[in-house]
Design a protein around this ligand. Structure first.
Ligand SMILES: CC(C)(COP(=O)(O)OP(=O)(O)OC[C@H]1O[C@@H](n2cnc3c(N)ncnc32)[C@H](O)[C@@H]1OP(=O)(O)O)[C@@H](O)C(=O)NCCC(=O)NCCS
Length: 153
């Protein structure tokens, strides 16, 4: 799972979205809480882990914090399957709503989720926990380029 995270992060090289050189790699410990909370899913392909999605609850809101697919296994549906599986799992945990955040522009980011039925949330409507999450990476990236989304029209 960590190897996939590292490999997927490499895709941000040569973009102006995030400074990969100071980006934190998700540690084994970071995986433990989402697994224990049943908010971690993997996609398997050809008998190996192809991708990982993990999140956390904020009150009764489920937040899909991270999803990464092995770059050599992308564009085969694993990303969409991970988002679906996370959303289904969160529903079973009685989450009242599901959220994720991503970059607004490159096609594999916000447009990818919009095609899956997510819609942008206006920053003026962000809940306090969303504002806190957006402040976290402020030294790594321009948060104006980020957006929260939730399912719906
Ligand atoms: C974002 C990410 C998780 C998507 O994973 P993925 O496995 O490529 O996602 P999918 O295969 O479900 O969909 C990707 C595209 O492939 C297309 N696709 C899916 N199955 C396909 C198939 N069998 N043949 C051809 N294309 C296919 C999808 O329609 C989609 O097209 P779109 O980009 O025009 O919407 C992946 O690019 C990634 O790990 N990126 C780096 C980390 C990252 O950005 N994480 C999100 C943090 S903001």
């Amino acid at each position: 799972m960590q190897e996939i995270g590292r490999a997927a992060a490499e895709l941000f090289h040569d973009t102006d979205l995030i400074d990969v050189s100071i980006m934190m790699v998700i540690t084994m410990d970071d995986h433990i809480a989402p697994i224990a909370a049943k908010l971690s899913v993997v996609a398997e392909m050809d008998g190996r882990i192809a991708g990982v999605a993990m999140g956390e609850m904020h009150d009764d809101n489920a937040y899909l914090r991270k999803r990464d697919v092995d770059p050599v296994l992308q564009q085969r549906g694993a990303g969409a399957a991970l988002v679906n599986a996370f959303a289904n799992g969160a529903t079973w945990l009685d989450a009242s709503a599901i959220f994720l955040s991503t970059f607004r522009i490159p096609p594999s980011r916000a447009p990818f989720y919009r095609e899956q039925g997510f819609r942008d949330i206006a920053s003026s409507d962000y809940l306090p926990w969303m504002q806190a999450i957006e402040r976290e990476p402020a030294m790594l990236l321009d948060i104006e380029k980020r957006v929260f989304l939730m399912p719906g029209v």
